[in-house]
Design a binder for this molecule. Structure first.
Ligand code: ATP
Ligand code: MG
Length: 416
């Protein structure tokens, strides 16, 4: 017996409908905000993610599925996130020389080698958006409003937006030394990973999930208190725009985001009550990324939303599951000739855009009627030798328990 790989999922029709409903909301909202779909490969040169996500991140250090290509001997990885690939594609196709801003969204699967649990898998699905070529707070507000509209349209109005600014290259050094001073005093209380983080990227100390480190992070200096003048103004304007748009948020100094490329605005949408993995959506501004991947200096702001966590939140909020489509008509057949005619009749209905079923198993009439009931057919039609001969049959309304005789040649019209 071969089983699926750890941390992957098989999605059956009922759940696939939930995914599809969510994806349709995402596509509709993305279109309203002027985002066009982009599809990029699920595997790329490992180098892209090392440079694009950041050498020192957990994603690059521990979570990538990486292998050596057998022809060229180069290192390849399954994509752990979407932004680096989108930027690569735009650089490769010369898109940064075209008119700005440019807005893209994607929906797809991503891969990270982490410990599976509720809301955390090794293959997972993300809706992501990227807006390039705009450094204004209005662009941040656009990215946040789109994510917020998606969540609202999914029935998740209660998901809370946590907002922070982590500053820019200008204010980062002062903040970094304030942070290092603070953590130097608390070095013995830090977990082992965080002690190495102190050397490499002290900002990541605030993102550690260890309880001891979380407690320390709560008392650490806040980026919001160390912003330079222009970062401060950017943040304040963004807050004002969100206020005016009626998008609720709370300033949260603990939000620093796991990936290296963020500047200024960072945010997460958090759904209480779906377990430890409560961040349904994370994003922020990454003004340095395009240039660091070899493109022209281009500001950008983006969002990543986890599909599985969104579905968990919908269940937790009592959003009803989408209904499985039921056939309008089930044709039950007595005997081989009737079965043949039944299958021709349903084919005609399907061509006319009506979902209909007939018996393809060759079961007893009783079993057929039981099945029709199980799949929720609204009408049933019984075909036997007599019906074939007369060309007329009895159409039964299962809901109203009514029946009437119809002409088989006019079945599609009668049904509609
Ligand atoms: P976390 O802190 O939960 O590990 P992250 O910061 O690593 O999240 P991002 O890289 O920002 O996550 O990805 C954006 C969104 O994608 C997350 O908010 C989450 O909803 C989803 N996501 C990330 N990793 C996983 C995973 N392994 N399984 C399911 N969803 C995930
Ligand atoms: Mg993670």
């Amino acid at each position: 017996m071969i089983r699926k790989m750890k941390g992957t999922m098989d999605i059956f029709p009922g759940e696939a409908l939930e995914f599809r409903r969510a994806e349709e909301v995402m596509r509709r909202q993305a279109a309203l905000y002027g985002y066009g779909e982009i599809r990029t490969p699920v595997f790329e040169n490992t180098e892209l993610f090392v440079r694009g996500v950041g050498e020192g991140t957990d994603v690059v250090q521990k979570e990538m599925f990486t292998w050596t290509d057998r022809e060229e001997g180069r290192s390849i990885s399954l994509r752990p996130e979407g932004t680096a690939s989108v930027v690569r594609a735009l650089i490769e196709h010369g898109k940064f020389s075209e008119a700005m801003p440019q807005k893209y969204f994607y929906i797809g699967s991503f891969f990270r080698h982490e410990a599976p649990q509720a809301g955390r898998s090794r293959e997972f699905f993300q809706f992501g958006t990227e807006l390039f070529g705009a450094a204004t707070p209005e662009a941040d507000a656009c990215a946040i409003s789109l994510a917020s509209s998606v969540l609202r349209s999914l029935g998740l109005a209660g998901v809370r937006l946590h907002l922070n600014s982590i500053g820019c290259a200008e204010c980062r050094p002062a903040y970094r030394s304030a942070l290092l001073r603070y953590y130097d005093e608390h070095r013995p209380e830090l977990c082992e990973t965080c002690r190495t983080r102190m050397e490499k990227n002290p900002l990541r100390l605030l993102d550690c999930k260890e309880p001891g480190c979380r407690a320390l992070a709560a008392g650490a200096p806040r980026t919001l208190d160390c912003l330079c003048e222009s970062c401060r103004a950017h943040f304040d304007t963004l807050c004002g725009l969100l206020d005016e748009a009626g998008v609720a948020y709370e300033a949260d100094p603990a939000i620093v985001r796991g990936l290296d490329y963020y500047t200024r605005t960072v945010f997460e949408f958090i759904a209480e009550g779906i377990g430890a993995q409560s961040t349904v959506c994370g994003g922020g501004r990454y003004d340095g990324l395009v240039a660091s991947l070899g493109g022209p200096d281009t500001p950008a702001v983006g969002v990543g939303m986890g599909l599985t966590r969104v579905l968990l939140a919908q269940k937790q909020q009592g959003v009803p599951a989408p209904e499985t489509p039921a056939p309008l008509l089930y044709i039950a057949a007595l005997g081989e000739a009737a079965r043949g005619r039944g299958s021709v009749l349903v084919e005609g209905l399907r061509r006319a855009g009506v979902y209909a079923e007939s018996d393809v198993v060759g079961r007893s009439l009783k079993a057929q009627m039981k099945y029709a009931d199980k799949i929720g057919a609204r009408y049933t039609l019984l075909l036997g030798d007599a019906e074939l001969e007369s060309g007329r049959a009895t159409l039964r309304d299962m809901e109203k328990s009514e029946q009437r005789e119809i002409d088989l040649n006019r079945l599609a019209d009668e049904i509609r």
